[in-house]
Design a protein around this ligand. Structure first.
Ligand SMILES: [Zn+2]
Length: 300
């Protein structure tokens, strides 16, 4: 990836200095912990099911605030990329976020709409959000309640351990989380959440899968248009993205955790499904073709 050439987003809040308190998740070692972390990632990462997060927003009592203001800021500062040249992770995240801002602004304009970008919070260990306090072990997430993406950049190393190496694999993760923001702006998140309250657990999981697959497709749409505009991809990047999509497929993660995958357990989609929808967006660059709901016969 030629990410270095991208402009740096200003919509980043750096809360890494704050540390996030005692919730240290990765002090220990051994397979046991790795498996646990893997499982939690399976459940949340690329998706923290946005709907569940909305459901969690009621529990403000759980916030570890103290420093927290009314806006949900945990004492972070606006990240200044130009003053942090040595911070590779920060540089990378602000470049990719910048690409999402420019590309989604262009796509929204095509529909006569104005894109309102999300803020991205960099944190360490644990963070409080409008969706409650989250540990790093849960992976990056988007919180619809405060319209913010949360990333502990240590996750990028976890991704590598999961067999999803490469800078474009990391960009795909950010693209996927921003895609949940698009779904929130569209009203899809709310519609799904409403429906999930009315149906069985299995059906609710299916709706979650459709939401996640649409986010994968949107991430592909974003990559398609960003590539057209900036030629930011290099040879091997698409393979990295597709491989990442497979490594975080529900069946892959369940198998790695020693369980037998069954479709009713999926919340994000199988490796094949995630690759398929990411590819769909990538190939066509058309958000209309990302309607995973319509294809499954679900209408709101
Ligand atoms: Zn997701």
């Amino acid at each position: 990836m030629r990410w270095q050439q991208g402009r740096r987003s200003r919509n980043i809040e750096d809360r890494r200095a704050g540390g996030g308190g005692g919730a240290r998740g990765r002090g220990g070692s051994g397979m046991g912990l790795l498996m646990t972390v893997g499982l939690v990632i399976a459940g949340l990462v690329f998706g923290v099911n946005p709907m569940k997060l909305i459901n969690m927003t009621g529990g403000l009592g759980g916030l570890t605030s103290g420093t927290g203001s009314l806006t949900g800021s945990g004492g972070g500062v606006q990240y200044d990329a130009s003053a942090n040249q040595e911070d590779q992770a920060g540089q990378f995240v602000s470049s990719i976020l910048g690409y999402t801002e420019d590309t989604w602004t262009e796509i929204f304009k095509g529909y006569g709409a104005q894109y309102q970008p999300p803020k991205l919070v960099l944190f360490k260990n644990a963070v409080s959000s409008a969706c409650g306090t989250q540990s790093s072990a849960a992976g990056p997430f988007y919180c619809p309640g405060d319209k913010q993406v949360y990333i502990d950049t240590a996750f990028f190393a976890e991704l590598q351990k999961m067999g999803a190496a490469g800078d474009f694999a990391m960009a795909y993760v950010i693209g996927h989380e921003v895609a949940h923001h698009i779904q929130n702006l569209e009203g899809t998140s709310m519609a799904v959440q409403r429906r999930q309250r009315q149906v069985s657990k299995v059906q609710s999981n299916q709706l979650s899968v459709l939401t996640e697959l649409q986010a994968d497709c949107y991430a592909g749409v974003w990559a398609h248009h960003t590539q057209k505009r900036t030629k930011f991809l290099e040879e091997g990047d698409l393979e990295e993205g597709l491989n990442a999509a497979a490594q975080i497929g529900d069946d892959t993660l369940l198998r790695k955790a020693g369980r037998t995958p069954h479709e009713s357990m999926y919340t994000h989609g199988s490796a094949a499904q995630r690759q398929q929808w990411f590819t769909e967006g990538l190939r066509n660059g058309d958000i209309q073709r990302c309607n995973t709901f319509r294809q499954a016969g679900v209408s709101f």
